[in-house]
Design a protein around this ligand. Structure first.
Ligand code: UD1
Ligand code: UDP
Length: 346
């Protein structure tokens, strides 16, 4: 049983679903049941991915929606447990580090159903992050720890979680990488987002903003949604100021996560940033196209730091630390935090 609920999980579970289908065509008989917790529900945060990536229609939709951590996780726990009791799956697979991840893992572990965690072993060592709490607990509840990197395996070892009789802990690679390998050419062909945003003239295919020396589109792509940035008015304002400054000379596009939109309203931060091009969240194909062609990416997203790295697009991470330390070591990612000078200076 696959338990998903948030945008990045649809993409990750999609890659595994494809592998299961391939396996079933040749020699297997794996039955996969999809449970959608309902954590994300706006069309552009949810259905667009099911349609574009042709994901299976969830067998169960738990319609939990938004709420405080306790409310949301508690409701999920109750409803996932009911499904588990009904279906009695052999294994529950959960992805990443959201509240849907923790609820799926906890509900299964309490019923003695083995849990498989895809993206196990990541650590920011910042316990103020809700995601860090979710990861830590989920890993300790899991039997199959599918790590995306060697560092993740080492992180688990430090906590006494190791490959052996009781548990399987392996670096299996990154399912998000599988996903971009599979989709990036298709996205390049299908997505018309650059044209829609005016980054290309309609006929020539050349970028409007390119200088004679640059024949590639010239824009910065930004995403911003981490609670540590959006729910702290000082940090949020500072990041927006920096983006506005950058946007003065180079188009700067920001597909706005609903959490960020909500907090910008709460803190009255919609005025004064006219150099930032705010747009609705985009589909996966549009995102891949935007990432691949950007001059640089500024983000606090986990998944987007990796995608920037795989596309070899320079990345500025608007955080103080990252779980994806390899991207920093590789020289493609720098941590800027939220201060205007540090962001613009880069
Ligand atoms: C969640 C994950 C985060 C992940 C992100 C991916 C947790 C604790 N956080 O953060 O790790 O990086 O998803 O995008 O699980 N909202 C809508 N429409 C939606 C979804 C959310 O309007 O479809 C708004 C609601 O006001 C909600 C807020 O966004 O309260 C936050 O949503 P929530 O799912 O709690 O957390 P995310 O910030 O999306
Ligand atoms: N993504 C997308 N459209 C958007 C923003 C993100 O398709 O408007 C994709 C992105 O390409 C990546 C994943 O969603 O594959 C990352 O999700 P997100 O940033 O919401 O969460 P995180 O990875 O930080 O948990």
């Amino acid at each position: 049983m696959t338990v998903v609920g948030a945008r990045p999980q649809f993409i990750k579970a999609g890659a595994v679903n494809r592998a299961i289908q391939e396996f079933n065509k040749k020699k297997g008989r794996i039955r996969e049941i999809w449970v959608h917790t309902g954590q994300h529900y706006d069309y552009l945060m949810d259905k667009v991915f099911f349609e574009e990536l042709k994901l299976p229609k969830p067998d169960y939709h738990l319609e939990v929606g938004s709420g405080s951590h306790g409310e949301q996780t508690g409701l999920m726990l109750e409803r996932v447990e009911r499904v588990l009791k009904n279906e009695k799956p052999e294994t529950v697979i959960i992805y990443g580090d959201t509240n849907s991840t923790l609820a799926g893992a906890l509900a299964a572990a309490k019923l003695n159903i083995p849990v498989g965690h895809v993206e196990a072993g990541l650590r920011s060592y910042n316990s103020a992050m809700p995601e860090e709490i979710n990861r830590l607990l989920t890993d300790h509840l899991s039997t199959f720890l599918f790590c995306p990197t060697d560092q993740a395996v080492i992180n688990l070892l430090k906590e006494g979680i190791k490959d052996g009789r009781a548990r399987i802990v392996k670096n299996v690679g990154d399912v998000m990488y599988d996903s971009i390998l599979y989709y990036s050419k298709l996205a390049e062909k299908r997505s018309t987002i650059l044209k829609e945003l005016g980054f290309f003239t309609p006929n020539s295919g050349r970028a409007i903003h390119e200088s004679p020396l640059h024949r590639t589109p010239n824009y910065y792509l930004v995403t911003l949604h981490r609670a540590e940035n959006t729910d702290d008015p000082k940090r949020l304002k500072s990041i927006l100021k920096a983006l506005n400054e950058i946007g003065r000379n180079t188009p700067t596009v920001l597909p706005l996560h609903p959490r960020t939109k909500k907090m910008m309203k709460v803190y009255h931060l919609f005025r004064g940033f006219k150099n930032i091009k705010f747009i609705e969240p985009v589909s996966y194909f549009d995102m891949l196209k935007l990432e691949k062609n950007a001059r640089a990416i500024l983000t606090d997203s986990g998944g987007i730091q990796k995608e920037a790295y795989w596309f070899r697009v320079p990345c500025l991470t608007l955080r103080e630390e990252t779980e994806w330390v390899e991207t920093i070591k590789g020289g493609w990612n720098v941590l800027t935090g939220a201060k205007v000078k540090r962001i613009v200076g880069r």
